[in-house]
Design a protein around this ligand. Structure first.
Ligand code: LLP
Length: 445
């Protein structure tokens, strides 16, 4: 199980899971459940491992994995750059005081308002994704570094929903039909901006190095042609993120350092083979920094044994705080955080409390035979793409995020209340909620 838990996580003397020096049973008592616990040391160690290969300023943490003010502050403290992909992520970064020149702005459909905000804030880099965006940036008189997003025609072996490098993609400019070259030519003609290079991100949760090697080959081919035909020399090459993270103890993922080294070596070799000078290489990892740093703790509410069919454990969260099994069929491990030493016995399915049968969190988890209401169930490797994809489905309030470090716990995203969920509601006539309703919802339920 060690490979899916945060660094230093262990079983304390009471048989409880301890993360970041904090007893998770005490955290559940203090902050309630469900609860997302993020170990700062693991997050920072992963980030530093990437930075040790390329230098901190050449790593853009992909905020989509987990973005909140405190995480932006952590990333800033490490000297990394930050990849934002929406006005909301940009606003979060700016609220954290993140230096705008170290922000890189992504998106296949950035709005004019978002681009204006990026311009006015002084965002350092924009990754252009379409000819329409090239026209918009010209009109907005922006002055930042630009990269052209390339779709290199690489089908990485991962869930279809998170493949982004294949030609049939809404992202970027394909390397066929001269389209990527045309984009480079058009982007470098934008006055006031500085086209520094190209970018590719081929997908997420990728374990096979060959996909990154193929991307490196295609990008090297493109840069060689761009030199020859356009006289364009890139000073920056960003290969995106996508490095796989073990989500069950049966999986083995390369370390962040090994991933970064392998990509760098592939890029250097492919460029050298074509006589193209090697530009500065950048990466954009999200999951491989945040994923293993996080665990989610739920409370078991019911245990339903259907003889000869299945045992369902239902917990107090579900697909609204972690939709990944529902969306991608993700398999996780699960265990009892309050009884780490209890011998495990029966196979169970962990379900949430939402009104549909697809609301599952873990299939085939092995649990102690006497698992009962009140037990605390932990799902590891949930630091990335859980809170960031959480919703209020069934009007469930979203859980808090607690950062733990050296035995200290800080609530960096507060648990939502029912009042928070009702905050934007208005009566049928458009008026704010009347006192009676406000009185009901202002109690923290
Ligand atoms: N750069 C770009 C342009 C991206 O689109 C992404 C992820 C990343 C970097 C970071 O990729 P990572 O290192 O985290 O794999 N919701 C899905 C994952 C979607 C990934 C979207 N883009 C999931 O839960 O698996």
């Amino acid at each position: 199980m060690k490979n899916v838990l945060p660094h230093g996580a262990h079983t304390g003397p009471a048989g409880h899971l301890v993360v970041g020096g904090c007893d998770t049973v005490e955290l559940a008592e203090r902050f309630g459940t469900p609860l997302i616990v993020l170990d700062r040391a693991t997050f920072e160690a992963n980030a530093r491992a990437f930075a040790s290969v390329l230098g901190p300023s050449h790593i853009f943490y992909a905020g989509k994995a987990l973005c909140c003010v405190a995480v932006c502050e952590l990333v800033d403290g490490l000297g990394l750059g930050l990849d934002v992909c929406s006005g909301g992520e940009l606003a979060t970064a700016l609220a954290a005081g993140f230096p705008p020149e170290r922000i890189l702005f992504h998106g296949n459909n950035k709005s004019v308002e978002e681009l204006e905000r990026a311009r006015d804030a002084g965002v350092g880099r924009v990754v252009v994704d379409s000819f329409d965006e090239i026209a918009a940036i010209s009109r907005l008189a922006m002055s930042c570094k630009l990269l052209v997003r390339i779709t290199p025609g690489v089908e990485a072996h991962t869930h279809e929903a998170v493949q982004t490098g294949q030609y049939d993609s809404k992202f970027g400019f394909v390397t066929i039909g001269g389209i990527a070259l045309r984009a480079i030519d058009a982007a470098r003609a934008i006055s006031g901006c500085d086209l520094v290079g190209v970018h590719a991100h081929i997908g997420s949760q990728i374990f096979e190095p060959s996909a990154f090697e193929l991307a490196a080959e295609r990008l090297a081919e493109l840069l060689a042609t761009a030199r020859e035909e356009l006289g364009f020399s890139a000073s920056e090459l960003n290969i995106g993120g996508g490095f796989g993270v073990a989500e069950t103890s049966a999986e083995v993922a390369p370390s962040p350092q090994a991933s970064a080294e392998a990509v760098l070596a592939a890029v250097q070799a492919e460029l050298a083979a074509r006589g193209v000078p090697v530009p500065a290489v950048f990466l954009e990892p999200g999951r491989s920094i945040a994923g293993r740093a996080g665990v989610t703790v739920y409370k078991v509410g019911t245990v339903k044994r259907i003889p000869g069919v299945r045992t369902y454990l239902s917990v107090d969260g579900g697909m609204a705080d972690n939709p990944r099994l529902a969306l991608y069929g993700t398999r996780y491990d699960a265990f009892l955080a309050n009884r780490m030493n209890a011998p495990s016995g029966e196979l169970v399915t962990v379900a949430g409390k939402h009104c549909e049968s697809g609301d599952l969190l873990v299939v085939d988890a092995r649990m102690p035979g006497d698992v009962a209401p009140g037990d605390l169930l932990c799902i590891p490797a949930t630091g990335a793409y859980t809170y960031s994809m959480a919703s209020n489905y069934n009007r469930l309030p979203r859980p808090p995020v607690i950062i733990v470090h050296d035995g200290e716990a800080t609530e960096v995203i507060v648990r939502e209340s029912h009042a928070d969920v009702l905050r934007l509601d208005r009566h049928l006539d458009g008026t704010p909620l009347r006192d009676r309703a406000a009185g009901i919802v202002s109690r923290r339920l």
